[in-house]
Write a new protein. Structure first.
Ligand code: NAD
Length: 360
């Protein structure tokens, strides 16, 4: 079987980790034709937009993509390409496994958590009103009248929509994942005590959906409490299902539990397409230095192979990565005991070590 997959190298450290990931995936023997598409900084220079239509068209056609990180300017400029892509393709579920690998230093051992983050709603819906604009003043006036609460005139506003249908889809996804992967428990994460009509709705719908899956345990946790529990007793949790913002924040927290962003993979999955990418961003200060850890994107490639049904190739690639991590020799600076360890290898060299394990 041969596949055509859209490859979006991205910007910052994206192109270098994407190149290494491509080589590792090809070394499994799975036949892939890569359709490479430019998005991010390089696309702005070439097309005047960070997300040209042809990128979305390519993923729609191929139904699957591997993506490097893309920089989002803070506060000004273009909206996030990552968020726009997830919206355009309705990639409603963000799947982020956080698993301990031997050899990767971290405060805990034996962690095997999976975050299922809602990807299209919540404060990330992109509905925002800039401070000082006429439409914002109008909205402030309307809301102040309707809610009997004063909103300061010099406010900016971001809207947080959470729907029954969106929540049903993501919670079902979490339970289906739990069932298919023999997981025991799903925990819904929220702040329903404060945001009764959004997080409250999320919790109410999660409880209803949970009744369809009596074979999987269900519980809920308030997000602040869960943040503390995760850093004290992470082994008590299994699959977490979260609205968009909490999912984003706790993904990085859980990556920290297993040794950092260098080993945290992910996939954005919808009904008709899927885009696999690491949890980390474009780390611009390391751009072009052949320095950062490619493992998170390669592990995202492992997830992609599993999604394609290439289980045996996925298992072999994960085992090769795990061996390189366990040996701890040919690994990048972030996986060494100290940041300036002279024995750290570069991105390419770590990739080559993984390829050698695969070919053994
Ligand atoms: P970041 O994840 O890019 O980097 C934070 C720090 O984590 C880095 O300085 C580095 O020390 C470490 N790090 C990250 N990836 C690493 C790797 N592979 N190996 C070793 N160390 C690694 O987060 P940031 O600095 O907040 O964001 C930079 C840019 O990336 C921003 O523009 C942000 O919007 C964007 N971003 C994109 C995505 C995405 O494309 N999906 C995700 C998150 C952030």
């Amino acid at each position: 079987m041969s596949y055509t997959i859209t490859l979006i190298p991205g910007d910052g450290i994206g192109p270098e980790i994407a190149e290494v990931t491509k080589e590792c995936i090809e070394s499994t023997g799975v036949k892939i034709t890569w359709e490479e598409k430019t998005a991010g900084e390089a696309a702005i220079e070439k097309y005047g937009t960070p997300l040209p239509d042809e990128v979305i068209e390519s993923v729609k056609k191929n139904k699957i993509a591997l993506k490097g990180p893309i920089t989002t300017p803070i506060g000004t400029g273009f909206r996030s390409v990552n968020v726009a892509l997830r919206h355009a393709l309705d990639l409603y579920a963000c799947l982020r496994p956080c698993k301990s690998y031997e050899g990767v230093a971290s405060p805990f051992k034996g962690i095997d958590l999976v975050l299922v983050r809602e990807n299209t709603e919540d404060l990330y819906a992109g509905i925002e009103f800039r401070k000082g604009e006429a439409v914002t003043a109008e909205l402030i006036d309307y809301l102040s009248k309707k809610s009997q609460r004063k909103i300061r005139e010099d406010s900016g506003i971001s809207i947080k929509p959470i729907s029954i249908s969106g929540t049903q889809k993501i919670v079902r996804f979490a339970f289906e994942y739990a069932k298919a992967n023999r997981r025991k428990k799903v925990t819904a994460v929220h702040k329903a005590n404060i945001m009764k009509f959004t997080d409250g709705l999320f919790l109410e719908v999660a409880r209803q959906v949970a009744q369809e899956y009596p074979e999987v345990q269900f519980e809920d946790r308030i997000v602040d409490n869960l943040s503390m529990q995760l850093v004290m007793r992470p082994h008590e949790y299994d699959v977490l299902v979260l609205p968009n913002l909490y999912g984003d924040i706790l993904s990085d927290l859980c990556a920290g539990l297993v040794g950092g962003l260098g080993v945290a993979p992910g996939g954005n999955i919808g009904e008709t397409a899927a885009v696999f990418e690491a949890t980390h961003g474009s780390a611009p200060k390391y751009k072009g230095m052949n320095k950062v850890n490619p493992a998170a994107l390669i592990l995202s490639g492992v997830m992609m192979l599993r999604y394609l049904g290439e289980k045996e190739a996925a298992d072999r690639l994960e085992k090769a990565i795990a061996e390189v991590l366990r040996e701890g020799k040919e690994v990048t600076y972030d996986l060494k005991p100290t940041r300036n360890d002279p024995s750290a290898v570069g991105t390419r060299e770590m990739g080559q070590a993984i390829v050698r394990k695969l070919k053994k």
